[in-house]
Design a binder for this molecule. Structure first.
Ligand code: SF4
Length: 329
């Protein structure tokens, strides 16, 4: 074995304590010339590159991003979801999708929308996927419907909850709830010029409440006032570097894949040259179309799940940019 690089998706969780290599429940995911191993219980990844992995070929994305529903209980002005798209998924079809995706080689399904918590029986869905398939289900939420009851019902049956933080929101009560209920969570913070003004102070405050995992998101869309200028990119980089120096590994920072080239000096969500849309991840919409990412103009309808691998292979080859302003490709 030439190289074996363990890394963790998120900061260590309680569950890491005392766990040995043999106790991990690895799933293997072939990449081109490498092998990725992932344990959904701990979130630990291992990348193996050796003479034995040289002939491996990637045949499936690691992540399926699934828009469960197009319904939402918020009305953000900058929302990018296609408002006219119907919500076609039902509970049983999503279970079937998870079984099918596991067979294909997918490791994780990440649910968004719309707002996934407005999807009927969402906690049951997470639990069923965890118990009946080897897929790791995770989700992104605006947090409005989070409760102790919901978090108790999903405890142990999901990989990660990402709480979206938009505009000038201060999600203090939601963070306190997540910490109190020992949720595995991180923040998805949309960084606009307005947020940038308070970002360092906000992050210090959220850290004080127990936040340990932050993903900084760029705005994609036509509203020029929401995009950062070059000077603001530099300010953001300096802010994050100051915070990283202060907190070290105690606070995990990543910037989203669409900021890859512009903020190259900061830790990236995926450790590659491209954003990997339509490669490491594939987006499935609420109206059963496949696209490279959720911002992408191209969405291909599929009649059967077995149509998806051919669509995926085309996206992998083409690596096309999204028309949305803010796309890094
Ligand atoms: S294709 Fe563009 S918008 Fe989509 S993930 Fe990649 S960089 Fe972001």
């Amino acid at each position: 074995m030439k190289g074996r690089v363990p890394w963790v998706r998120n900061p260590p969780r309680d569950i890491f304590c005392g766990m040995t290599e043999n106790q991990a429940h690895w799933r293997e995911h072939p990449l081109d010339g490498k092998l990725l191993r992932f344990d959904r219980t701990t979130g630990i990844n291992q990348l193996i590159e050796s003479t034995r992995t040289q002939t491996l070929v990637q045949r499936a994305p690691r992540f399926l991003h699934v828009a469960l529903t197009n319904d939402c209980n918020k009305s953000c002005t900058f929302c990018y979801r296609p408002l006219d798209a119907p919500s076609l998924w039902c509970f049983d079809e999503l279970i079937a999708l998870a079984h099918w995706a596991a067979e294909w080689g997918v490791l994780e399904m990440t649910f968004g929308g719309g707002e996934p918590l407005v999807f009927p029986r969402f906690s049951e869905l997470l639990r069923a996927i965890w118990e009946r398939t080897p897929i790791c289900p995770s989700f992104t939420t605006n947090g409005l419907l989070l409760s102790s009851e919901f978090l108790g019902a999903i405890q142990g049956f999901y990989g990660q909850l990402q709480l979206s933080v938009y505009d000038d929101e201060q999600p203090l009560e939601k963070i306190e709830l997540l910490v109190r209920e020992k949720a595995r969570f991180g923040l998805n913070v949309l960084v606009t010029p307005r947020r940038l003004r308070t970002l360092e102070v906000d992050l210090l405050r959220w850290y004080g409440l127990g936040v340990r995992d932050v993903l900084l998101l760029s705005y994609k869309g036509d509203d020029a006032s929401m995009h950062l200028s070059q000077r603001q990119d530099a300010q953001l980089t300096a802010s994050v570097q100051r915070l990283r120096t202060r907190f070290g590994p105690g606070l995990s920072f990543k910037v989203d894949v669409c900021w890859r080239q512009r903020l190259a000096g900061l830790p990236q969500l995926l450790d590659r040259d491209d954003c990997d849309a339509g490669d490491a991840f594939l987006s499935i919409s609420s109206d059963k179309r496949a696209g490279p990412c959720s911002f992408h103009h191209e969405r291909v309808a599929f009649a059967n799940l077995d149509d998806i691998p051919a669509i995926y292979q085309r996206f992998r080859q083409e690596r096309s940019a999204a028309h949305q302003r803010g796309c890094a490709r």
